[in-house]
Design a protein around this ligand. Structure first.
Ligand code: N1C
Length: 284
């Protein structure tokens, strides 16, 4: 009798504790599921919003039609390249149809390529319209700096949990830049330029998109030559004649293309950017 009473008292004390633990556990489960769903949805929602907003801004600023519909159509074509696919199995060709629909008029003599000099290149192109980079085209402008991927058997788009650049070659972001860079380089006409980084060991790096994709897509029947602008700091010792990687670049260029190289210091470019009015051709 005494034994039963003690036991019951313990049970009745334990029960509320167990119940509260269960409630807390259930609350955590429900919260994580809801949060997961909301975050998942909002990331894909925000990719579409970012894409169409940037696309419309570009069209507006570049005198194109500003119809919401155009950017919605481009978004649909963009999505088709990677939605429902394993994010390590999206080859550059997946973007062919998108790149065909959004083709851009080439800007002969004004095309500027770059490798490991993105910040200074864009600081310059933002201030002047002397040169045109891939980020000054509709798709380059719209997708610059974004991350995206899909998932097998899912219609959703994701901006987190996507493969990193080096995780797999055929990831949606890497394949886009490969495909878009190939198409951009193939239209280069007249004299093109490239800003390479003279402060690093290998300014012309075979693994870069510039070396592995763009140089291979130059078309010597529409292009005259390539000018390398080797961007250095005052303390750098690299020159056009002494850098081994630039010799590789010359070897890889079609012999019909004229090769020119100039060292340009960062401060020269910065001075030029700070002028109220930039005259094309006056900077270096
Ligand atoms: O690998 P990189 O440089 O040589 O690629 C740069 C080269 C440029 O000439 C562009 O035309 O390839 C084109 N390009 C872009 O326009 C671009 N915008 C943003 C290549 N990559 C681009 N990105 C991102 O920069 C891309 O997601 C990747 O991470 C970098 C590559 O830059 P890099 O190594 O300095």
């Amino acid at each position: 009798m005494v034994y039963t009473e003690v036991n019951e008292t313990r049970r009745s004390r334990r029960n509320p504790l167990l119940i509260s633990l269960c409630v807390v556990f259930m609350a955590i489960v429900i919260l994580s599921v809801t949060l997961g769903l909301t975050l998942g949805r909002s990331s894909s929602g925000s990719l579409k919003a970012t894409f169409t907003n940037r696309c419309q801004t570009y069209l507006k600023d570049n005198g194109g039609t500003t119809s919401q519909n155009d950017c919605e159509k481009i978004w649909e074509s963009f999505k088709k390249a990677f939605v429902g696919r394993n994010p390590c199995d999206v080859p550059p060709e997946a973007y062919d149809s998108l790149l065909d629909t959004v083709s851009q008029d080439p800007a002969c003599n004004r095309m500027l390529f770059w490798s490991k000099t993105k910040d200074i290149v864009h600081a310059f192109t933002e201030k002047s319209s002397c040169y045109l980079t891939l980020e000054d085209t509709l798709l380059g402008f719209t997708l610059d700096g974004l991350t995206w991927c899909g998932k097998n058997q899912s219609q959703e788009t994701f901006t987190t949990g996507c493969p990193e650049w080096s995780d797999c070659v055929n990831n949606p972001v890497r394949s886009f830049w490969n495909g878009a860079s190939a198409a951009f380089a193939a239209t280069a006409c007249g004299d093109a330029s490239v800003m390479l980084n003279g402060s690093i060991d290998v300014p012309f790096n075979p693994t870069s998109i510039f070396a592995s994709v763009e140089v291979k897509n130059f078309n010597s029947s529409i292009m005259n030559g390539l000018t390398v602008l080797l961007v250095t700091k005052e303390t750098d010792t690299k020159t056009c004649g002494t850098d081994a990687s630039l010799k590789d670049l010359q070897k890889q260029l079609d012999p019909k293309l004229k090769y020119t190289c100039k060292v340009v210091t960062q401060s020269t470019i910065q001075n030029c950017i700070s002028q109220p009015q930039i005259t094309c051709g006056d900077c270096w």
